[in-house]
Design a protein around this ligand. Structure first.
Ligand code: NAP
Length: 255
């Protein structure tokens, strides 16, 4: 969407987006910022954080960057504390970080791989929300980034997909626990050609096959995911909680 056509639904809001220096996380940070939010971007590497903050500021966005490896307890605490020191509150938190360290079948997956998948994809989001919850404003919004693989965990994405299935349950459970002041929703992207997905979307034949599996004959974009996140974070979604929005061009068998 052209910058001057983006609605301004998030003026005065403060948003934390994890793993937001490239790909879907960066796209979400950019869109929330263009809609008026102050955005706190983070990832593991300082140079990536600096570069992302520079790009957002160049678009007129109020952006602030902090290094945060989501599985590092001190990094998570620092992310929340520095955000509160600077902005005094948190309205939106997008839990976007994930890892897919192995494509092994589940029964051949090493224990350290299973631990890493649980730790990065599920546990670190819970622990970050434990740190964040005391600071969340009335009317705040939590968004998890799950995946269509959460609905059909299979093949090279099987165990990763199971961790994304866990996020579907976490969305329901935390919506009940954090309501009525905080809404908790999730986005399940289809295939988006980012660095993370390049082991799949990097092959022209595979990519074509995936495009044909959608009803819109294309893969998703980071902007598609960002638009869904901005909607869920905004008052336009004020009566929506505990839901997962599939953003996959129709590539899903869910009724
Ligand atoms: P991406 O383009 O590869 O970006 C990954 C981002 O995460 C980078 O900014 C990276 O920066 C950061 N990062 C990686 N590990 C981190 C960690 N442990 N702690 C903090 N930051 C970390 O990935 P993406 O495709 O946008 O994926 C984002 C989310 O979308 C994930 O939850 C993924 O499961 C989900 N998803 C993606 C697709 C898809 O097709 N792309 C489909 C469904 C769901 P640093 O290297 O500086 O840390």
């Amino acid at each position: 969407m052209e910058k001057n056509k983006v609605p301004k639904r998030l003026v005065g809001k403060v948003a934390i987006v994890t793993a937001s220096t490239q790909g879907i996380g960066f796209g979400i940070a950019e869109r929330l910022g263009l809609e008026g939010a102050s955005v706190v971007v983070s990832s593991r590497k300082q140079n990536n954080v600096d570069e992302a903050v520079g790009k957002l500021k160049a678009k007129g966005i109020d952006a602030f960057g902090i290094v945060c490896h989501v599985s590092n307890a001190q990094h998570r605490k620092n992310l929340v504390e520095k955000t509160i020191q600077k902005y005094r509150k948190i309205d939106i938190i997008v839990c976007n970080a994930a890892a897919n360290p192995s494509t092994d079948p589940i029964l051949s997956s090493k224990e350290d791989v299973l631990d890493k998948l649980w730790e990065i994809n599920v546990k670190s989001s819970i622990l970050l929300l434990q740190d964040t919850a005391p600071h969340l404003e009335k009317g705040s919004s939590v968004i998890f980034i799950t995946s269509i693989a959460g609905y059909q965990p299979a093949g090279a994405l099987a165990m990763y997909g199971v961790t994304k299935t866990a996020l579907l349950g976490l969305t329901k459970a935390l919506a009940a626990e954090m309501g009525p002041d905080t809404r908790v929703n999730a986005i399940a992207p289809g295939f988006v050609p980012t660095h993370f997905a390049s082991f799949i979307t990097g092959s022209p034949e595979v990519r074509k096959g995936l495009e044909e599996k959608t009803l819109l004959n294309r893969l998703g974009t980071t902007e598609d995911m960002a638009a869904a996140a901005a909607f869920l974070a905004s008052d336009d979604a004020s009566y929506i909680t505990g839901e997962t929005l599939i953003v996959a061009g129709g590539m899903s068998s869910r009724l």
